[in-house]
Design a binder for this molecule. Structure first.
Ligand code: SAH
Length: 279
């Protein structure tokens, strides 16, 4: 590790990048993913309901990264794994029926490092057999697809972890360079630059407000769902795709915490008005 890499603030950026593996069936892939992570300086591994818990075979494949493996947190749902994260990016080997805001691997790395200055960020990987479900993908702000051979685009799980972790590391190293060049004040508002040095991302909104973490945005979506059911816009029996499309709309707009608060105030006023209407 270089001197600058050893500085506390810089190291904590990588410590706030979480790799989440959902429902992995072969624990050897978990071991290989741990190794891939450690080579790129990542250590936060979360396993959502693994089918096979890491055993000796997983340890053998983790090689020098058994610490990452033994420190892995095991949880039962994806929501639990990401509730405190302000940015969640889901990975997908193929295009889905409902298109979602997409990032290139490079952009994914930049965004993760930019926003890791504010809160934990997560990169979510799916099952070997079937990837992530639509419900799981809808919990993500963005999707990232490694632009592989269109005729054979599905990478081995651990290799996908390696490829995207490398992009995270590349952005992280760029952020260290910038810290040196710009004598960063360490105020946590690192602006991302793409490979051409053009500034791309900001970790906060235009009003300099934070973005909500998953737990807060899920409460907002729940409130929205309740309000739309109260007004009758969404039928109890046939909810359709309304909430999915609203999630996509709000993901695209990326409301900050103040805007979410305002939206919840609006929803509460609609609920009150619809109660009065029913009296
Ligand atoms: N057959 C599955 C692919 C699973 S591969 C499907 O059709 O979805 C296992 C996991 O590796 C995926 O869920 C994803 O997290 C990751 N992965 C594999 N190839 C990828 C690619 N080209 N881009 C992004 N992630 C990929």
């Amino acid at each position: 590790m270089s001197d600058s890499e050893n500085t506390k603030s810089a190291v904590s950026l990588l410590d706030r990048v979480r790799i989440v593996l959902v429902n992995t069936s072969d624990c050897r892939n978990i071991g290989s993913a741990a190794r891939a992570m450690k080579t790129m300086g990542l250590s936060q591994l979360v396993l959502v309901d693994p089918i096979e818990m890491p055993n000796g075979q997983a340890q053998a494949l983790a090689a020098g990264a058994t610490d990452v493996l033994s420190n892995a947190k095991v949880v039962s749902t994806l929501s639990e794994a990401i509730e405190d994260c302000g940015l969640v990016i889901g990975t997908s080997a193929r295009s889905r029926t409902l298109p979602w805001p997409m990032l290139e691997p490079r952009g994914c790395g930049e965004k993760m490092i930019t926003e890791a200055s504010e809160y934990p960020v997560a990169l979510v990987f799916g099952r070997e057999s079937s990837g992530l479900t639509n419900d799981e993908l809808q919990l993500c702000h963005f999707h990232v697809q490694i632009p592989a051979n269109p005729d054979y685009s599905s990478l081995n799980l651990a290799m996908a972890v390696q490829t995207l972790s490398y992009e995270v590391r590349t952005s992280y190293l760029l952020s260290l360079d910038e810290d040196k060049q710009e004598h960063s004040t360490g105020n946590g508002t690192y602006i991302g630059k793409n490979s051409l040095g053009k500034k791309t991302f900001n970790a906060k909104s235009e009003d300099n407000e934070l973005y909500p973490v998953t737990e807060e945005s899920e409460r907002f979506y729940q409130h929205f769902d309740n309000a739309l059911k109260a007004t009758g816009f969404i039928g109890d029996k046939h909810p359709g795709l309304v909430m999915t499309k609203l999630r996509r709309l709000f993901n695209r707009a990326r409301p900050d915490v103040k805007e979410i608060k305002m939206m919840r105030g609006i929803l509460a006023s609609i609920e009150r008005a619809s109660m009065k209407g029913h009296q």
